[in-house]
Ligand binder design. Structure first.
Ligand SMILES: [Zn+2]
Length: 677
C-alpha cells in the first residue's frame, strides 16, 4: 500500500492526524511496520558497545517506536470514540500481538542487562534529576514486568500478557454490545414525570436510531440516570435499572463472567511469579498508597460515616415515598427518583430548574476561561482542521505569551459506536528529547445532544474533570516522552483532574457562566444559593456507591485464589459482609466494571479517585483559605504540578504546592461526612 498516511510525515497544521485520509485498512500494515521498526531499534540498542551509556540505552529506548506509537494512539482513540466492526476486528486481532511485542522488549535479557548495569552505576553517571528518575523508573518497569525471572517463567509471563490483552478487549466489546442492544422505546403515554430536556434527548436518540416521533432511553449514563431520576413510572424505572445492572451478565457470546474468572486467575498468577501474594500487593507496591492496608484504611475511614449518612437519606426517601402512596420498601430503581423529590422539598431545588442554566457551550467557555485565569492559557477554535466525526471541535491552545502550546479536541456527545463514560486521552504527548513536540489532547464525554445541549450539575463537573486531565497533558514541560503529562502514578493522576472540578462550582464562575439558555440571564442569586446549600445532598448515596466499588475491587484483587471465586456468590457475600445498603446496591458489578476488566490500568486501583480526593479537597482548601480561588501565587505553584509530569515524586510535588502534607479533613467536609464520623 503506497498511500498509507501512517507512512508519511504529516504536514497538517501542528501535526494533527489527517483524519480525512485515514481508513481502517491503513492500521494493520502500520501496526506491522511499527512493531518491526521498533524491534530493529531495540536490536541496535542491544548491539551497542558495552558498557552502556545513558544516551545509547535509556534515551535510545525513549526514542524508539515512534511509528508504532503514532498508529497506536490514533487507533485506540478512534476505537474508543468512533468504533465500527472493522476497527473492533482489528482490536481483537492486534491486542495480543501488541502485547507480545511489548513483552518481548520488556523481557529482553540483553536489553535489561544494559539497563541494570546503568542502574547499578547510577550514582556515577552524572545524571540530572529527571534523568535519574527516568532510569530508576525504567529499571523498576523491567523488574516488575519480569526481567529478572528465569527463562521458563518469562515465557509464561509473556503468554499471560498476550492472553490478558485479548480478554480485556473482549470484555470492553461485550459491554458495548449489551449497551448497543438495549433500548427502552417510549410512547407518549410512558413519559410521566420526564421534564422537557429528557424528552428532547430521548426524541433525538430515537431519531438517530431511525425511530422518528418516538422516545428512546439508552444505557448511556446521560440517558439512563436522568430517566431513573425523573420517570414517575416505577415499572419502567425497574426495567431500565435491571437492564443497566445486567450489562455483561447475559449468557451467550457477550457474557463477561468467564472472562473475569480467567483475567483474575492470570493476574494472580503473574503476581505470584513476581513474588507477591496476590495481585493487589503487586499493583500497590508501585503506588503512592504502597499497601492494601493503607488503601483499606482510607476506604473504611469514609465507608462507615457514608453509610450512616445514606441511612439518614433513606429515612427521608421513605417518607417521601409514603407521601406518594408507596408503602413498599425503597428499591434501587427508586433511590434517584425519591432523592430528587426530597431535594426539591428540602432545598426547593429542581434539576429541571437548574439545567437550563448549564448550557454546554457556556460551560466549555467557563473551563477555558478558568484555565486562562489560573494558568494564562487561551483557546481559539480551529474549524479548519480535520476531525474524525462532525461532533468533534478542535481548539488551538496558546500560552501566556501567545505561543502555540498544543491542540485540544472536544468530543462531547453520546452516540452509537462510542464507549460510554468520560475520558481524556492524547494523540501525541509533549516532549523535548530532540525538539519541542507539542501535545494533541482529546476529551470525550457522553452528553445527550440537544438544541442547545444542557448539562446537569454532575455533567458539568465531569466536563471540568476531563478538562483537568487535558490540562495535565497540555501544560506538560518535560524532556522525556515516558515522563510526559499524565504519565504519573495511578493514584496521583486524578489529582489534577479532580482539583479542577472545584472551579466549576465556584460561585464566581457560576455567576458568570450559568446563564439561562433562552434569556441569557444569569442564574438568580437565590437559586445559586439553594444550589450551593444542596451540594452535600445525597452524598451518602454517592459515597457509598463509589466506596463499595473500590472495596469490591480491592477484595477481588487481594484474593490469592481468585480462580475459585463464584461471582454470584462473591457479590452476595460482599454485600453482606460490608452491609451495603440494599437500596443502593452495586453501581459497578464485576460483569461491566470496565475500569477493572476492560484494561488493567485501574485493577486494584479504583481507590485512586478517593486517594486523590484527599489531595484535591485539601489542595482547593488552600485557595479558599486565601479568599481568592484564583490566587496567583497558589495558581503558579499548582501549575508546577501540571507541568512536572513524572519528573518528580508526587508527594514531593504536593508538598511544594501546599507547604505541608495533605490532611483528610477537607475531604470529609466536602462530602458532608465530618458530622457523621
Ligand atoms: Zn479522571
Amino acid at each position: 500500500m503506497t498511500d498509507n498516511p501512517f507512512f508519511e510525515s504529516w504536514d497538517t497544521p501542528f501535526g494533527i492526524p489527517p483524519f480525512d485520509r485515514i481508513r481502517s485498512e491503513h492500521f494493520a500494515p502500520a501496526f506491522d511496520r511499527g512493531m518491526q521498526e521498533q524491534a530493529t531499534e531495540i536490536a541496535a540498542i542491544v548491539r551497542a558497545p558495552m558498557p552502556p551509556s545513558f544516551a545509547d540505552t535509556i534515551e535510545a529506548l525513549e526514542r524508539s517506536g515512534q511509528l508504532l506509537n503514532r498508529v497506536s494512539r490514533v487507533f485506540s482513540n478512534l476505537d474508543a470514540s468512533d468504533t465500527n466492526p472493522a476497527l473492533e476486528a482489528i482490536a481483537r486481532d492486534y491486542a495480543p500481538r501488541l502485547a507480545q511485542h511489548q513483552t518481548r522488549i520488556a523481557l529482553d535479557p540483553e536489553l535489561f542487562a544494559r539497563v541494570d548495569d546503568l542502574y547499578l552505576r547510577r550514582g556515577e553517571l552524572g545524571l540530572q534529576d529527571d534523568q535519574m528518575r527516568l532510569l530508576e523508573r525504567h529499571h523498576l518497569r523491567f523488574v516488575r514486568a519480569g526481567a529478572q525471572l528465569a527463562p521458563q517463567q518469562k515465557a509464561r509471563m509473556a503468554a499471560i500478557n498476550e492472553r490478558l490483552a485479548t480478554l480485556h478487549t473482549l470484555f470492553g466489546q461485550n459491554v458495548l454490545h449489551d449497551e448497543r442492544e438495549w433500548q427502552l422505546a417510549l410512547e407518549p403515554a410512558d413519559l410521566d414525570g420526564l421534564p422537557g430536556f429528557i424528552r428532547g434527548a430521548a426524541a433525538q436518540a430515537a431519531e438517530e436510531r431511525g425511530q422518528s416521533g418516538r422516545y428512546v432511553i439508552t444505557l448511556a449514563r446521560s440517558s439512563i440516570e436522568p430517566f431513573l431520576t425523573f420517570s414517575a413510572r416505577r415499572d419502567l424505572r425497574r426495567t431500565a435499572h435491571e437492564a443497566w445492572t445486567a450489562r455483561g451478565t447475559h449468557p451467550g457470546e457477550a457474557d463477561n463472567a468467564p472472562l473475569i474468572s480467567e483475567i483474575m486467575a492470570l493476574r494472580a498468577e503473574q503476581a505470584r511469579l513476581l513474588g507477591y501474594d496476590d495481585f493487589a500487593a503487586y499493583r500497590l507496591d508501585d503506588s503512592m498508597a504502597k499497601t492494601d492496608t493503607a488503601v483499606e484504611r482510607l476506604l473504611l475511614q469514609v465507608w462507615k460515616p457514608a453509610k450512616e449518612k445514606a441511612f439518614e437519606e433513606r429515612t427521608a426517601l421513605e417518607a417521601a415515598a409514603r407521601a406518594e402512596g408507596l408503602n413498599e420498601p425503597i428499591e434501587p430503581w427508586d433511590w434517584r427518583y425519591y432523592a430528587e423529590k426530597v431535594r426539591q422539598a428540602q432545598y426547593d431545588l429542581d434539576e429541571a430548574e437548574v439545567k437550563p442554566y448549564f448550557v454546554l457551550d457556556n460551560m466549555v467557555q467557563a473551563a477555558f476561561d478558568t484555565a486562562g485565569r489560573l494558568f494564562g492559557l487561551s483557546f481559539a477554535a480551529r474549524p479548519d482542521l480535520p476531525v474524525y466525526h462532525p461532533d468533534v471541535r478542535v481548539w488551538e491552545v496558546r500560552d501566556q505569551a501567545g505561543g502555540h502550546l498544543g491542540l485540544f479536541l472536544h468530543d462531547n456527545f453520546a452516540r452509537p459506536g462510542k464507549h460510554s463514560g468520560a475520558w481524556s486521552s492524547r494523540y501525541r504527548d509533549q516532549q523535548n528529547l530532540d525538539e519541542w513536540v507539542t501535545p494533541i489532547v482529546v476529551n470525550n464525554n457522553n452528553f445527550a445532544k440537544g438544541e442547545p445541549t444542557l448539562l446537569s450539575f454532575d455533567d458539568a463537573k465531569t466536563l471540568f474533570h476531563e478538562f483537568g486531565h487535558g490540562l495535565h497533558a497540555l501544560l506538560s514541560r518535560v524532556r522525556y516522552p515516558s515522563q510526559s503529562g499524565t504519565a504519573v502514578r495511578r493514584d496521583f493522576v486524578e489529582f489534577p483532574s479532580q482539583i479542577f472540578e472545584h472551579w466549576m462550582s465556584a460561585p464566581e464562575n457560576l455567576r458568570q457562566y450559568a446563564r439561562h439558555y433562552q434569556t441569557g440571564e444569569p442564574m438568580p442569586e437565590a437559586l445559586l444559593q439553594r444550589l450551593m446549600a444542596a451540594r452535600n445532598f445525597n452524598q451518602g448515596f454517592a459515597t457509598v456507591e463509589y466506596t463499595a466499588s473500590a472495596l469490591l475491587d480491592l477484595e477481588l484483587h487481594r484474593d490469592p485464589a481468585p480462580e475459585k471465586i463464584d461471582h454470584n456468590e462473591f457479590e452476595r457475600e460482599f454485600l453482606e459482609r460490608y452491609d451495603v445498603p440494599r437500596e443502593i446496591g452495586l453501581r459497578h458489578r464485576p460483569a461491566h466494571f470496565g475500569h477493572l476488566f476492560a484494561g488493567g490500568g485501574y485493577a486494584a486501583g479504583y481507590y485512586a479517585y478517593l486517594w486523590a480526593e484527599v489531595l484535591d479537597a485539601d489542595g482547593f482548601a488552600a485557595f479558599s483559605e486565601t479568599g481568592n480561588v484564583f490566587d496567583p501565587s497558589l495558581a503558579a505553584r499548582l501549575k508546577d504540578i501540571y507541568s512536572a509530569g513524572d519528573t518528580r515524586d508526587p508527594m514531593e510535588l504536593y508538598r511544594a504546592f501546599r507547604g505541608r502534607d495533605p490532611e483528610i479533613g477537607a475531604l470529609l467536609q466536602q462530602r458532608g461526612l465530618s458530622g457523621n464520623q
